[in-house]
Design a protein around this ligand. Structure first.
Ligand code: GAP
Length: 462
């Protein structure tokens, strides 16, 4: 078993992502565009796999959850009903020295390495903490802050077809409103009975003040959100069930339990009955990975009030009419992708004397960008290798590499987390067998080409 070298840092993850085609800085040739990222050929596969895994677990494998894909641009009244226009505000502070702007809560969380829950603090408490603990500006190193002010991070755009003055439109800051406004559409067309859930994966936009930590907090990101509509008397047990399911899901994809913990919110929104994050121990400390929220009847009642349309559910057995409670489970696809990259990253010392270190991503095969790489031992075996590639590509995302020594090609695949390298050699031409090298153990076995698909398929279960 290879020895481990050293702990993962965010710099190593960012560099690997850039050099191996996972993630590039947004608009890079123009000097970049702060806090935006573009997903490259390997990154888009990984992110799609993360989203597919979530959808499979929370929609496909259930009988009571239905998907939607709602519009990003919604009637602006939606955001009045949701409370975002009036009160969606981050506590911002400006550094008077270098003029950079930060969120007070994230400054405190970063300073305390995630040990202090700043979301439970009032603005005055945050200001005192920052003074007492001498929290300096991360940009210039000076402590010279303005008082905290609220900042609404919704991006505003305009819609030309509306009359002047009434053309303000928001880019959605969360996807869940598309689930609430479609509550009765889905209930009716799916003939769903409470409790049932609506799930969605899609882009959200927030004009975040504190950029940073790579994919952790970005201005444009994807959320995977699910709203379970239920009776009041079953809401608390559904809330507990989702805390458990959310944890099991991220563990099943490869996050280790010692790097995960629940963080119950001390300070709740006035309508909420309970809220809990799962935090992950990222290289920069413990930070929120996802949230589970018991939102009571707030969302549907507000949409009923602001739209003037009923949000009442009619029980088909008792004819009772009521506005259901909502349990929400929400996780960022980009943030989960970052956690999975950090968890998978390893530097293994294979031979200390020769300073032979291999960088490897131990992804669960289900989320690995490519399930296998096909390698012809020599160029003149390309025709047979091509045949193997085409057979596998009908079932999985696979890649092909013909350049460099086999050893170098293995290492390239280790760095992007490909679980299997399949080498086509001269014996393949005679007996239709190939060598399959396992990424984690580096062991090699000989398999019939006809057995490859089922061999790979077995490893994809989670
Ligand atoms: N609908 C509830 C909601 O949006 P949230 O805690 O603001 O709740 C849910 O966001 C999840 O979305 C977070 O736990 C995180 O995984 C992800 N997320 C939120 N803001 C993000 C950002 N700026 N960049 C990346 N992911 C973000």
């Amino acid at each position: 078993m290879a020895e481990k070298k050293q702990a993962v840092t965010m710099d190593k993850i960012v560099n690997l992502c850039k050099n191996r085609g996972f993630v590039f800085p947004g608009s890079e040739i123009y000097g970049g565009f702060a806090n935006t990222w573009d997903f490259g050929p390997v990154g888009v596969e990984l992110k799609n796999n993360v989203k597919r895994a979530w959808w499979k677990k929370f929609v496909q494998e259930t009988t009571d959850t239905f998907g939607v894909d709602a519009a990003i641009l919604m009637n602006p009244r939606v955001w009045e009903a949701s409370g975002h226009v009036a009160s969606f505000g981050d506590p911002k502070m400006d550094c008077k020295n270098c003029k950079q702007r930060f969120r007070a809560d994230t400054l405190i969380e970063a300073h305390s390495k995630g040990e202090v829950a700043a979301e439970a603090m009032t603005d005055a408490e945050m200001e005192s903490y920052i003074e007492e603990h001498d929290v300096k500006c991360p940009h210039c190193g000076v402590r010279n802050w303005t008082p905290i002010r609220k900042f609404n991070p919704m991006f505003v755009t305009s819609r030309g077809t509306l009359e002047e003055g009434s053309d303000k439109v928001y880019l959605r800051p969360e996807t869940c409103q598309g689930e609430y406004v479609n509550f009765l559409n889905v209930q009716r067309t799916a003939r769903a009975k409470v409790p049932f859930a609506i799930a969605q994966i899609g882009k959200s936009f927030r004009n975040e003040i504190t950029p940073g930590n790579f994919l952790f907090r970005t201005v444009e990101f994807e959320q995977m959100e699910l709203q379970k509509f239920c009776r009041e008397d079953e809401a608390m047990s559904i809330y507990e069930e989702f805390k458990k399911k959310a944890l099991e899901f991220v563990e099943s994809l490869g996050l280790k339990s010692e790097n995960l913990r629940f963080h119950d919110h001390d300070k709740l929104a006035h309508y909420a009955k309970a809220a809990c994050d799962i935090q992950y121990n990222f290289p920069m400390g413990w930070q929120e990975l996802n949230g589970v929220h018991h939102r009571g009847v707030w969302d549907l009642s507000r949409h009923q009030e602001y739209s003037g349309k009923t949000m009442l559910y009619i029980d088909p057995f008792t004819n009772e009419k009521f506005v259901p409670n909502v349990i929400e489970y929400s996780i960022g696809a980009d943030r989960l992708m970052l956690a999975l990259l950090c968890a998978a990253y390893d530097e293994e010392i294979l031979d200390a004397e020769k300073n032979d270190v291999r960088t490897v991503l131990h992804f669960h095969p289900a989320i690995a960008p490519y399930k296998a790489c096909v390698l012809p031992l020599q160029k003149n075996l390309s025709e047979k290798a091509d045949e193997v590639y085409r057979k596998l590509a009908k079932k999985f995302a696979v890649t092909y590499d013909v350049t460099g020594s086999i050893g170098k090609r293995y290492r390239r695949q280790d760095e992007i987390g490909t679980p299997y390298c399949i080498t086509v050699d001269f014996d393949t031409l005679n007996d239709d067998t190939v060598t399959v090298r396992d990424r984690d153990t580096m062991q090699q076995i000989r398999l019939k080409i006809a057995e490859l698909c089922s061999y790979i398929e077995k490893s994809l279960e989670f």
